[in-house]
Design a binder for this molecule. Sequence first.
Ligand code: SAM
Length: 236
Amino acid sequence: MNSKQTTYTTFSYDAHARTCAPDDFLRQTRRTVHGVPMTEEQLHMIMAAISKGLELRSEDVLLELACGNGFLSVQLFDGCHSYLGTDISDYLISVAKKHFERQPNHRFEVIGGVQYVNQEPHPERFTRALCYAGFQYFSDSDILHVLTVLFQRFTKLERIFLGNLPDRAHLTDFFIHSIPTDDELSDPCTALGIWRTREAFKKLAETAGWLVEFSIMPYEFYAAHYRYDVTLTRQG
Ligand SMILES: C[S@@+](CC[C@H](N)C(=O)[O-])C[C@H]1O[C@@H](n2cnc3c(N)ncnc32)[C@H](O)[C@@H]1O
C-alpha cells in the first residue's frame, strides 16, 4: 500500500471535464486564461506553433497522444491523410467522438499513452506525432518508454511536436507568492503536471534516440514566459 501523504491537491482531467457544460470545449481541457476561455487569437497562436512544429503534409498519418476532447485536433484533419487521437479520459474521448470524429480516417480512442504505444498493431503507418499540453502528465519513466517505443516501433515517424511544457527554470515567472515543493513540482497528477527544465527533457528524449529542438511561443502568448515547446526528429 502506498502510504505517502500529499500536502497538495491532485487533479483529474476526466473528473474536471465532467463538471463543465457538454459543449464547453475550452473549459473541459482548461484552455482558459484567468478562468476565461482563451481568445481566438491565443488559439491561433497554438495552432500556428503546432503546424510549424509538425510540418504536416497532406499524405501524413498523424498520431496524437493526450488529445483531450479533440477541439484542437479537428483543425488538423484537413491537413493530413488520416489521424488517430488517444487520451486516457473516457469522458473527453466521448466528447471528441460525438463532436469531431470523422470516420473512417480521423478517429479517437480511449487509451493511456503507454498502453497505446505498446499495443498499436500497425505503428509503421504513422509519419507525425503530437502531444500538446500533455507530456507534463507523464512521469519520467513513462516519457522514456513512450519516446523509445515511438523511435523503435513507429519506424516512419519523422517528427514529433510536444507543446506547452512547464519550464522548471521559470518557476518564479509563474508562482508569484510561493513556490511549491519539489514533490509537487515533480508529480504528474497535479493540475499543471511536472515542471521540467529543458536539460532534463532533452536528456530523456535523447536517451530515447531523438534529436531535440526547443522553441517558445510568441511574446503575446499568455504562457510564453514559463512554457516551452519541443520538436523531435530522427538523426541523419
Ligand atoms: C491539458 S489537457 C490537453 C488536451 C489537448 N491536447 C489540448 O491541448 O486541448 C491534458 C490531457 O492529457 C490527458 N492525459 C493525462 N495523462 C494521460 C496519459 N497517461 N495518457 C493519455 N492521456 C493523458 C488528460 O486526460 C487530458 O485530456
